[in-house]
Design a protein around this ligand. Structure first.
Ligand code: RP5
Length: 155
Protein backbone atom coordinates (compact mmCIF):
# COMPACT_ATOMS: atom_id res chain seq x y z
CA UNK A 1 0.00 0.00 0.00
CA UNK A 2 1.42 3.41 -0.99
CA UNK A 3 2.23 5.82 1.83
CA UNK A 4 -0.02 8.88 1.74
CA UNK A 5 0.83 12.39 3.01
CA UNK A 6 -0.44 13.52 6.43
CA UNK A 7 -2.78 16.06 4.86
CA UNK A 8 -4.75 15.38 1.68
CA UNK A 9 -6.26 18.47 0.05
CA UNK A 10 -9.06 17.86 -2.43
CA UNK A 11 -10.56 20.60 -4.60
CA UNK A 12 -13.83 20.39 -6.46
CA UNK A 13 -12.44 22.28 -9.44
CA UNK A 14 -9.15 23.59 -10.83
CA UNK A 15 -10.72 27.06 -10.50
CA UNK A 16 -10.62 26.67 -6.68
CA UNK A 17 -6.83 26.36 -6.59
CA UNK A 18 -6.00 30.04 -6.01
CA UNK A 19 -7.85 29.91 -2.68
CA UNK A 20 -5.47 27.27 -1.33
CA UNK A 21 -2.19 29.21 -1.52
CA UNK A 22 -2.42 30.44 2.10
CA UNK A 23 -3.29 26.89 3.19
CA UNK A 24 -0.35 25.21 1.48
CA UNK A 25 2.07 28.00 2.51
CA UNK A 26 1.19 27.42 6.18
CA UNK A 27 1.38 23.63 5.88
CA UNK A 28 4.87 24.12 4.40
CA UNK A 29 5.79 26.39 7.29
CA UNK A 30 4.72 23.70 9.76
CA UNK A 31 6.67 21.14 7.68
CA UNK A 32 3.66 18.93 7.19
CA UNK A 33 3.53 16.70 4.14
CA UNK A 34 0.54 17.42 1.92
CA UNK A 35 -0.73 16.74 -1.56
CA UNK A 36 -3.41 18.46 -3.57
CA UNK A 37 -5.83 16.78 -5.99
CA UNK A 38 -8.66 18.16 -8.09
CA UNK A 39 -11.51 15.64 -7.95
CA UNK A 40 -15.14 16.65 -8.27
CA UNK A 41 -17.69 14.86 -6.08
CA UNK A 42 -20.40 15.14 -8.72
CA UNK A 43 -18.36 14.77 -11.93
CA UNK A 44 -15.85 12.12 -10.78
CA UNK A 45 -17.49 10.17 -7.94
CA UNK A 46 -15.67 6.88 -8.63
CA UNK A 47 -12.28 8.60 -8.76
CA UNK A 48 -13.04 10.43 -5.50
CA UNK A 49 -14.02 7.17 -3.83
CA UNK A 50 -10.79 5.48 -4.92
CA UNK A 51 -8.60 8.41 -3.90
CA UNK A 52 -10.10 8.82 -0.43
CA UNK A 53 -9.93 5.10 0.33
CA UNK A 54 -6.26 4.96 -0.77
CA UNK A 55 -5.29 8.10 1.19
CA UNK A 56 -7.07 6.84 4.29
CA UNK A 57 -5.40 3.42 4.07
CA UNK A 58 -2.02 5.03 3.31
CA UNK A 59 -1.95 7.05 6.54
CA UNK A 60 -3.49 10.42 5.73
CA UNK A 61 -4.53 11.94 9.06
CA UNK A 62 -6.78 14.74 7.90
CA UNK A 63 -8.53 15.83 4.71
CA UNK A 64 -9.04 19.44 3.66
CA UNK A 65 -11.85 19.69 1.09
CA UNK A 66 -12.40 22.99 -0.74
CA UNK A 67 -15.42 23.55 -2.94
CA UNK A 68 -17.89 26.19 -4.03
CA UNK A 69 -21.62 26.30 -4.80
CA UNK A 70 -23.51 23.34 -3.30
CA UNK A 71 -20.13 21.96 -2.13
CA UNK A 72 -20.97 18.30 -1.58
CA UNK A 73 -17.27 17.37 -1.65
CA UNK A 74 -16.32 17.45 2.07
CA UNK A 75 -19.47 15.61 3.13
CA UNK A 76 -18.82 12.88 0.59
CA UNK A 77 -15.22 12.55 1.77
CA UNK A 78 -16.53 12.31 5.34
CA UNK A 79 -18.82 9.49 4.24
CA UNK A 80 -15.84 7.55 2.87
CA UNK A 81 -13.31 8.04 5.68
CA UNK A 82 -13.33 8.20 9.45
CA UNK A 83 -10.44 10.72 9.41
CA UNK A 84 -11.37 14.34 10.21
CA UNK A 85 -12.51 16.45 7.26
CA UNK A 86 -12.00 20.21 7.20
CA UNK A 87 -14.33 22.00 4.79
CA UNK A 88 -13.15 25.22 3.14
CA UNK A 89 -16.02 27.03 1.42
CA UNK A 90 -14.81 28.71 -1.76
CA UNK A 91 -16.22 32.16 -2.52
CA UNK A 92 -17.90 32.68 -5.89
CA UNK A 93 -21.13 32.06 -7.70
CA UNK A 94 -24.34 34.01 -7.17
CA UNK A 95 -24.14 33.69 -3.37
CA UNK A 96 -20.41 34.44 -2.95
CA UNK A 97 -19.64 31.31 -0.95
CA UNK A 98 -22.52 31.51 1.54
CA UNK A 99 -24.09 28.52 -0.23
CA UNK A 100 -20.91 26.45 0.20
CA UNK A 101 -20.51 27.59 3.83
CA UNK A 102 -24.02 26.51 4.81
CA UNK A 103 -23.79 23.29 2.83
CA UNK A 104 -20.62 22.25 4.69
CA UNK A 105 -21.53 23.42 8.18
CA UNK A 106 -25.06 22.02 8.03
CA UNK A 107 -24.07 18.38 7.53
CA UNK A 108 -26.65 16.03 9.01
CA UNK A 109 -25.67 14.56 12.39
CA UNK A 110 -23.31 11.60 12.02
CA UNK A 111 -20.88 12.81 9.36
CA UNK A 112 -19.31 16.10 10.52
CA UNK A 113 -17.38 18.55 8.39
CA UNK A 114 -15.22 20.93 10.46
CA UNK A 115 -16.02 24.04 8.46
CA UNK A 116 -13.82 27.13 8.38
CA UNK A 117 -14.83 30.55 7.07
CA UNK A 118 -15.13 31.76 3.49
CA UNK A 119 -12.11 33.62 2.13
CA UNK A 120 -8.50 34.12 3.16
CA UNK A 121 -9.05 33.68 6.92
CA UNK A 122 -10.71 30.35 6.23
CA UNK A 123 -7.82 29.32 3.97
CA UNK A 124 -5.34 30.01 6.78
CA UNK A 125 -7.46 28.40 9.47
CA UNK A 126 -7.88 25.22 7.41
CA UNK A 127 -4.10 24.74 7.56
CA UNK A 128 -3.83 25.64 11.24
CA UNK A 129 -6.67 23.31 12.22
CA UNK A 130 -5.08 20.51 10.17
CA UNK A 131 -1.74 21.20 11.88
CA UNK A 132 -3.41 21.07 15.30
CA UNK A 133 -4.81 17.64 14.45
CA UNK A 134 -1.42 16.39 13.21
CA UNK A 135 0.26 17.92 16.32
CA UNK A 136 -1.74 15.60 18.60
CA UNK A 137 0.68 12.86 17.56
CA UNK A 138 3.72 14.88 16.51
CA UNK A 139 5.65 16.94 19.07
CA UNK A 140 7.70 18.74 16.39
CA UNK A 141 4.58 20.06 14.68
CA UNK A 142 3.19 21.06 18.10
CA UNK A 143 6.38 23.06 18.74
CA UNK A 144 6.08 24.80 15.33
CA UNK A 145 2.48 25.74 16.14
CA UNK A 146 3.60 27.13 19.47
CA UNK A 147 6.20 29.29 17.71
CA UNK A 148 3.54 30.50 15.25
CA UNK A 149 1.29 31.57 18.13
CA UNK A 150 4.22 33.32 19.75
CA UNK A 151 4.59 35.39 16.56
CA UNK A 152 0.87 36.22 16.58
CA UNK A 153 1.18 37.34 20.20
CA UNK A 154 4.18 39.56 19.40
CA UNK A 155 2.10 41.20 16.61
C1 RP5 B 1 -17.63 23.22 -7.38
O1 RP5 B 1 -18.34 24.11 -8.14
C2 RP5 B 1 -16.20 23.62 -7.42
O2 RP5 B 1 -15.64 23.43 -6.17
C3 RP5 B 1 -16.19 25.06 -7.84
O3 RP5 B 1 -15.97 25.93 -6.77
C4 RP5 B 1 -17.58 25.26 -8.41
C5 RP5 B 1 -17.57 25.49 -9.88
O4 RP5 B 1 -16.72 24.57 -10.51
P1 RP5 B 1 -16.70 24.33 -12.07
O5 RP5 B 1 -17.98 23.63 -12.40
O6 RP5 B 1 -16.64 25.71 -12.71
O7 RP5 B 1 -15.48 23.52 -12.34
O8 RP5 B 1 -17.75 21.93 -7.87
Amino acid sequence: MAKAPSVAIVLGSKTDEGHLKATTDLLDRFQIEWELKVISAHRQPEQLHEYVRAADAGGTQVFIAAAGLSAALPGVIGSLSQKPVIGLPVPGGALQGVDALLSMVQMPGGIPVATVGVGSNGSKNAAILAAQIVALGDAKVAERLRAYREELRAG
